[in-house]
Design a binder for this molecule. Structure first.
Ligand SMILES: NC(=O)c1ccc[n+]([C@@H]2O[C@H](COP(=O)([O-])OP(=O)(O)OC[C@H]3O[C@@H](n4cnc5c(N)ncnc54)[C@H](OP(=O)(O)O)[C@@H]3O)[C@@H](O)[C@H]2O)c1
Length: 200
């Protein structure tokens, strides 16, 4: 398969690229990294990305993040960059990319455990991941040409635990191999409209 991986330089993206490149042709993309530059928070940039590509069978997005901050002082301005990036960015990758993907292709977006199990200061991440999961369910009913879509919803992966673990007390670190397997199930398997939860 020819696979577009947006966010390939990240903690999850790096490991995913390592695995997928053993069997597939991978095109990587990111704001400051990858074969092609894209900022998923900008619609024109996403259009430009897909217009440069042809013959993509699978598009995986592991780009974006959710704002972490005190709920009592949280403002719209705090939320907007994450909403434009991780939420609308991935939604727009699907809305635009659907016209470019090969028949029988697939989208895999990344949500996260906060949709189901929010931690302190994580209302933004919870909002984004919950919305993404609902979008995936609806999009799976609408996409044409046998194109599938799933979300991988990771817990805090073990590779990130040293950096972020203290912000998620009581959360179990999730083995990266399990997270990678969820992406493989989405891309190489037959799942459609699924939220592939890897919560440890
Ligand atoms: N790590 C975890 O434990 C964990 C747990 C649950 C959910 N998640 C979710 O999984 C996804 C990946 O996490 P991660 O830890 O691998 O993230 P990460 O290490 O911060 O990597 C993010 C990647 O996305 C790219 N990127 C960021 N914003 C972008 C934008 N606007 N346009 C294009 N590319 C962009 C970055 O590259 P450039 O800087 O070059 O753009 C980088 O390659 C995120 O949605 C995160 O919320 C992660």
């Amino acid at each position: 398969m020819k696979i577009l991986l947006i966010g390939a330089s990240g903690t999850i993206g790096k490991k995913l690229q390592e695995n997928l490149s053993q069997r597939h042709e991978i095109v990587t993309a990111g704001r400051n990294s990858g074969d092609i530059r894209v900022d998923i928070s900008a619609v024109e940039s996403i259009k430009n990305l897909f217009e440069q590509l042809s013959g993509i069978d699978a598009c995986i997005c592991t780009a974006g993040s959710g704002y972490q901050g005190n709920f009592q002082t949280m403002t719209e301005a705090d939320l907007l960059p994450s909403l434009k990036g991780k939420l609308l960015g991935q939604v727009n990758v699907v809305l635009i990319g659907q016209h470019f993907l090969n028949e029988n292709g697939s989208f895999t977006v990344t949500s996260g455990i906060l949709a189901d199990d929010p931690a302190k200061n994580s209302a933004c991440g919870a909002l984004i991941s919950g919305a993404l999961n609902s979008f995936v369910f609806a999009a799976s009913l609408e996409l044409k040409r046998e194109i599938r879509i799933n979300a991988v919803s990771p817990g805090i992966v073990e590779d990130s635990f040293e950096q972020y673990g203290h912000e998620f007390p009581g959360f179990n670190p999730v083995p990266m191999t399990k997270v990678i397997n969820a992406y493989l199930k989405s891309v190489e398997g037959v799942s459609n409209g699924q939220i592939l939860k890897v919560y440890g």
